[in-house]
Design a protein around this ligand. Structure first.
Ligand code: UN1
Length: 514
């Protein structure tokens, strides 16, 4: 493979324009007022100017979706499901187009970009089913002739904030569920993936037209911090669902709390896998290399720490170093069929990686493989890196931080207690795994005394979760759950109802009054 070759930015801009047109984005708005740009990490070049929103236009978008809320709320949930079903069909039709935009703007390799769109299609199916299953419970009343039950109602306007690394799937997790729940949505995508967002919005608007849903069930607002803050601070936004860094979540949470709004946060991870002596090392290799180096280490579920039993650490290190050596020839243009590692999103990610490696070495760590920058001569503004494996003597400060780049730290343990302590000894709590052939050991890791994460796996890596489960994590990961299972409850309000058909009026708890 010729890794020195990268496509030309002008050619990528044409590809972007064509994919956008196929998705129904007819005209790229000319920038007026606050102007932004669309950039591709593939070459680091600028594709187009893009019109960014302002605090005022964000407020107008909120007004619009708030206006659509009563009609959408009153639409029966299975009828709301029809909108999401149509969106799912359009996503199937435009899978290639959206994947193309994901590769262009986020730098994901083709198969991962297609996988991300598949995740959207899966969520659509889940949400359509859910539209007939927004179940409340009934409970036995303690009083005769009374019914005690709960009903779930739409919440109102939901603000969805998403990150560059999953520019379409995370939007769909939130939006498809919110829409069947009867909410209307304002979406602020990452300012790095505005084209992809415009394409998703256009497809949803087409689905709305074709199914008779109000056009203002959804608006997209483009921009950076100013736009995000306008959304977060607006008391008309009943729920802010934000996916991104822990720093972002720490800025969002107190602002939403100050106005007594609701928030749902899915933030950073510092995910680890424990490798027990009984582990099948072939599975360890396949699971770890994808989880650690896939998406160039830029998933919130990326494997960042491998906690290996002393008896197998030498073999694991040898095999993983060897596998990473083979990855070296597969770094480059994410559009090329045989590429496995595309670019980092930009300079900040590269600086963070370089700094983390230097700190790890200062702490006594040994870089076993990788870490260098690649293709700098081909495109000085694109940041391709060799995924790195670092053997650490201890879980030092840098290991406890999330560096959004492909660095895998290897630590060792002797007893499972020690492994769990190392595992849980970080501020984040998103995803985790144990590789073991010992069932009791697996159960201990899954138990309350085991992993403290929101996602706990056995004999599978930390990334690539299916949409059917609830997705999210504990501690600095923010505590929110998105996507499957009963995550929908965060997008609705619960009413507890007591209905008295007894003809009498007994008070609860046996209280007597008058
Ligand atoms: C994220 O990185 O924000 O489990 C989401 C995974 C994907 C989602 C990652 N299904 O890796």
């Amino acid at each position: 493979m010729n890794t020195s070759a990268l496509p030309d930015t002008g050619h990528l801009a044409e590809r972007a324009e064509e994919a956008l047109a196929r998705c129904g984005v007819e005209r790229l708005p000319e920038p007026v007022g606050a102007a932004g740009t669309a950039r591709t990490p593939v070459t680091g070049g600028i594709l187009f100017p893009v019109e960014f929103d302002t605090a005022d236009s964000t407020a107008r978008a909120i007004t619009a979706v708030q206006g659509a809320f009563p009609a959408w709320r009153d639409t029966p949930a299975p009828v709301r499901g029809a909108l999401v079903r149509r969106l799912g069909e359009l996503l199937r039709e435009h899978k290639e187009d959206l994947a193309e935009l994901v590769t262009l703007e986020a730098g994901k390799i083709r198969s991962e970009a297609l996988g991300e769109v598949q995740e959207m299609i899966d969520v659509c199916e889940f949400a359509v089913g859910l539209s007939r299953q927004l179940y409340g419970r009934t409970m036995p009343s303690e009083r005769p002739g009374h019914r005690l039950m709960e009903t779930w109602h739409p919440l109102g306007v939901v603000g969805v904030i998403t990150a560059f690394n999953f520019p379409v799937a995370v939007w769909s997790w939130n939006t498809c569920i919110a829409l069947v729940c009867g909410d209307t949505v304002v979406w602020k995508p990452s300012e790095l993936t505005t084209l992809t967002a415009s394409a998703c919005h256009a497809l949803l608007m087409r689905a709305a037209r074709e199914t008779g849903a109000p056009a203002d069930v959804h608006r997209v607002v483009l921009g950076g911090r100013e736009v995000g803050e306008a959304l977060v601070d607006d008391a008309r936004v009943a729920l802010v669902s934000a996916t991104g860094s822990t720093a972002m979540g720490k800025a969002v949470a107190p602002r939403v709390a100050a106005r007594m709004g609701r928030y749902l946060l899915e933030l950073g991870g510092n995910n680890a896998a424990v490798v027990a002596p009984s582990a099948d090392l072939d599975l360890v290799m396949r699971g770890s290399v994808f989880a650690a180096a896939g998406t160039a280490g830029q998933r919130c579920t990326t494997l960042r720490r491998l906690i290996v039993h002393e008896d197998v650490v030498e073999e694991v290190v040898e095999r993983i170093t060897d596998a990473y050596g083979r990855l070296r020839d597969r770094i480059g243009d994410p559009f090329a069929e045989d590429t496995l590692v595309g670019p980092l999103i930009g300079e900040r990610g590269h600086t963070a990686m370089r700094d983390a490696l230097a700190r790890a070495e200062a702490d006594g760590g040994r870089v076993l493989v990788g870490g260098s920058r690649r293709l700098e001569e081909a495109a000085k503004d694109a940041y391709y890196v060799e995924p790195a494996v670092v053997r650490m003597p201890a879980q030092t400060e840098v290991v406890r931080e999330e560096t959004f780049a492909p660095i895998l730290y290897v630590l060792t343990y002797r007893t499972l207690e020690e492994a769990v302590e190392l595992h849980n000894g970080v501020p984040q709590g998103l995803s985790s795994a144990i590789f073991t052939g010992d069932q009791a050991e697996a159960e201990r890791f899954l138990s309350a005394a085991g992993s403290d994460c929101g996602i706990v796996n056995v004999n599978i890596g930390t990334s690539g979760a299916e949409i059917g489960g609830a997705f999210g994590g504990e501690k600095e990961t923010g505590g929110g759950r998105e996507s499957g299972s009963d995550s929908w409850k965060a997008y609705m309000r619960r009413a507890t109802n007591t209905v008295n058909f007894s003809g009498d009026l007994p008070l609860a708890q046996g209280v007597r009054f008058l």
